[in-house]
Write a protein that binds this ligand. Structure first.
Ligand SMILES: [Fe+2]
Length: 251
């Protein structure tokens, strides 16, 4: 099957619509969202409504939890805190109720074994996986649970860690246009699908992945969109300008 997985839309309607247009043209079989649909951007309601209209299976991210009031953004930087509290004030009750229905994990069976889909880490949805050491610890817990794939977002940096048959771990960053990988029997993978609405890997292009769960290949797909429009909306809404400025550079 052709499975599309994306994450971190962050209320960026222009990027979300551009991504969905490409995904629709690819004629996927299944699609999943790894969370953080809100936060930073100026279109939280419309982005959540699209999720509801399309009935896209999703997990929650840390921004989704904060917008629902599950906890306060004490660990957010001041700009991120300001944006998420604004989103909490404008998000409709219907959209909040929809986000409340989402869980922390989703599972998919592939021809090689189980895949877990989560916002940050299979061990803790709010954890960031950034290093080989952290990835190694997660691979150990995945192995104990018979999990072959972990699909994650959260860092906004598209990359993957591959654990080979001998236990060696390597990280590959996928900040270029062409990045693909094929998993073989006996290997395991942690795949960070990047961010649709706020990439932070040095490019303005959003990112998502296409996964073939039978052939076990993954393609990272980059796309362009009109971020100047998104940037203007952020300023017009009175949100921190940085969240619009960084869309042009991906930092
Ligand atoms: Fe995020």
């Amino acid at each position: 099957m052709k499975i599309i997985i994306f994450s971190d839309v962050h209320a960026n309607l222009e990027a979300f619509e551009a991504f969905l247009k490409i995904a629709d043209e690819m004629e996927y079989d299944r699609i999943f969202n790894l969370g953080d649909t809100v936060g930073y951007g100026a279109d939280p309601n419309r982005c959540v409504e699209i999720m509801r209209e399309r009935e896209i299976p999703s997990v929650t991210g840390n921004h989704d939890d904060v917008v629902l009031g599950r906890y306060e953004p004490v660990n957010f930087n001041p700009d991120a805190r300001r944006s998420i509290l604004w989103a909490r004030s404008v998000l409709t009750e219907d959209n909040k109720n929809y986000l409340r229905t989402l869980g922390d994990f989703l599972w998919v069976d592939s021809s090689l074994g189980k895949a877990i889909l989560v916002h940050g880490s299979p061990d803790d949805k709010d954890d960031y996986i950034m290093t080989d050491v952290q990835a190694g610890e997660v691979f150990d817990s995945m192995s104990s649970r018979g999990v072959i794939y972990a699909f994650i977002g959260h860092t906004h940096k598209a990359c993957y860690w591959l654990k080979d048959m001998d236990g060696g771990i390597k990280q590959i960053n996928c900040d270029s246009d062409a990045c693909s990988v094929k998993l073989r029997h006996g290997e395991a993978m942690i795949c960070n699908v990047g961010s649709v609405g706020q990439p932070r890997d040095g490019t303005s292009k959003g990112c998502f992945i296409e996964w073939d769960d039978i052939g076990n290949s993954i393609n990272f797909i980059r796309f362009e969109y009109d971020f100047s429009k998104t940037r203007k909306k952020i300023i017009d809404a009175g949100l921190p300008p940085l969240h619009g400025q960084r869309l042009g550079s991906g930092i």
